[in-house]
Design a protein around this ligand. Sequence first.
Ligand SMILES: Cc1cc2nc3c(=O)[nH]c(=O)nc-3n(C[C@H](O)[C@H](O)[C@H](O)COP(=O)(O)O)c2cc1C
Length: 476
Amino acid sequence: MLKMMGRLCFAHKTALAPMVRVGTLPMRLLALDYGADIVYCEVRMDIYTHTCHISVHLNTVDFVAPDERVMFRTCSKEKGRVVFQMGTADPERALVVAKLVENDVAAVDVNMGCPKEYSTKGGMGSALLSDPEKIEAILSTLVNGISKPVTCKIRILSTLEDTVNLVKRIEKTGVAAIAVHGRMKEERPRHPVHCDYIQAVAESVSIPVIANGGSSDIVKTFEDIEKFRAAAGASSVMLARAAMWNPSIFRQQGALSVEEVMEDYIRYVSDTTAAYFIRSGMNYGNNYEVFGMTDFYNKTKAELEARKAALQTNGDQTEQPTHEDDLITMPVRFERRDYPPQITPKMYLLEWSRKEKLDQPVYETEQRTQDRAFQSTVIIDNKKYRSALWEKSKKFAEQAAAIVCLRTLGLPEGRIGEEHSGLVNKRKRDDKKCAALDDSESAARKRHTSEVPQEEEEEMICRTKVVNGVCGQTTR
Ligand SMILES: Cc1cc2nc3c(=O)[nH]c(=O)nc-3n(C[C@H](O)[C@H](O)[C@H](O)COP(=O)(O)O)c2cc1C
């Protein structure tokens, strides 16, 4: 019962369908603004997403592949209503992807309708429709493995009987809903949608059925959405092309002009690419001038720069620590460029522990097997501090843990622009005097890496273990 609380419900809803290259974050946010209840992202193949790391920016959460391509971008505004659609033919890999995204999405969907060769040759998309055992394995693994609802999107089979038998098997896996594109895999968008098949499916299962495929034949206006739902006898409706042509189709008060929609779209593009927009330092003003949006550009740029400066000075006020027994967590990330060379939060924490005559901080690091990401916990003064976000390197994970500790305790962490405590610099001056006395320590202090100064690393206690794998422990 607890598992059901707060979960996205698929009954009596209107959804933006998954659409490659169309269903990006700005489009999804627009559809939600205009009245869609649920938005699906474009299909993402498990082979590209299972090794993604999560990168949090000013306004977005990005799932970034090892080659730095952003595979999925989302934000808090859509969190309770976005469905992540994946292409998969492998239950275990599907679960890795689902676990990676589950905290940032409302549900996970499996694509079982894509007829394109890039899907079917790997046994994905509509190829799954002729392999019900594989369907059952994937869906059951997901349903049992994650806490969010799992759904699938199918095409109809060549007979009504086969289609109904398949959806009955699918329902038994525990999925929360089935989206049915009322065309067979050989049929193209010009072929009429088979509302009778969708209706038969809706009558044969007790979970919500989401009717899809009505864009060219039936749905031209907001009122047509209800006509399509009724013709298909379904609980909900999902729109692809009608929304691609004009996402304000979801607007009860009537569609807006394409020009108005474009302006709204550009605003969301600016918002959701804010981190790059500011970080690149490039002037995009000319692009906005073309659309007569220069004022908007200047205002947005000023707002984002002010926000970035505030974050650097004060820390993100949205980063509230969560306390659980003796463990304190916060979603923070270590960004190297935010600190001067040779200065790190770990150094600041070590200096503070010395000043307070505490035992020095101990770092324990776990590595996740599915994406090899790291998460560290720093233990100091009998309390544990950890970032809720996983990092791609152990060093960064330790720095993130140190930041959580320093921010929780209200201590300086050495960031550029932060008021200086002088702690670390003083220590460095003292160290220079000691160096003359201790040649071996001096040698260690000369080693540097591009990521983290080596000198203080040498002095800290770090342990690493691999989660769900071989457990190795090192103490330095
Ligand atoms: C540009 C485009 C991209 C699509 N990408 C996906 C996709 O990523 N996943 C998927 O399940 N279906 C995809 N589809 C199919 C649609 O979700 C939908 O099933 C189909 O267009 C029929 O719905 P409609 O009549 O409302 O357009 C795509 C369709 C279009 C037009």
